[in-house]
Design a protein around this ligand. Structure first.
Ligand code: HEC
Length: 137
């Protein structure tokens, strides 16, 4: 009796899973004192919009949510635009990351679309910033 062959798709899925896992564990946790420029660290002080958050939006979001192209009317190229939200309403509720649409999109891996995703540390910094009241600092 011949054993059924494991379909190639299953093999591919396993490889993809392994790659996904190894990517996660490679994410090193850095502190603000180690790397002051890249904003891919977990901050050890209340996050600053201009130093920690806007650089992330500039890197990952502004090409679709900026002056030239503003998907759903949402611009993330300045504090004022970010807080103004999209054509449907606000995407950041100060002190409440849990109900902030923007953070939900990051955590559920919806935004940004494509391969360049925020590191877990970077998502945490956005969360800390919102839960600290989303100040313009
Ligand atoms: C490649 C283009 C692209 C990039 C990059 C991108 N977005 Fe989006 N974004 C979209 C599109 C398209 C939509 C509308 C999706 C829909 O309604 O189905 C959207 C919708 C959103 C919405 C929902 C707005 C609403 O009120 O419905 C949020 C919040 C958002 N994006 C946040 C972000 C954040 C934060 C980043 C960066 C981390 C980002 N996006 C990067 C294309 C992009």
């Amino acid at each position: 009796m011949r054993l059924p062959r494991v379909p190639a798709v299953v093999g591919l899925l396993l490889v993809a899973l392994l790659l996904a896992c190894s990517r996660q564990s490679d994410d090193e946790v850095r502190t603000s004192t180690d790397v002051p420029v890249t904003a891919s660290y977990i901050v050890t002080r209340p996050p600053s919009y201009s130093k920690d958050i806007q650089p992330l939006f500039d890197r990952y979001c502004v090409k679709c949510h900026g002056a030239k192209r503003a998907e759903k009317g949402l611009r993330l190229d300045s504090y004022q635009h970010t807080m103004a939200g999209s054509k449907y309403g606000t995407v950041i509720i100060p002190y409440s990351s849990a109900v902030s649409l923007l953070l939900g999109g990051l955590e559920r891996d919806i935004m940004p679309p494509g391969k360049a995703k925020l590191l877990p540390n970077e998502i945490k910094n956005v969360m800390f910033w919102i839960d600290g009241g989303a100040p313009d600092n």
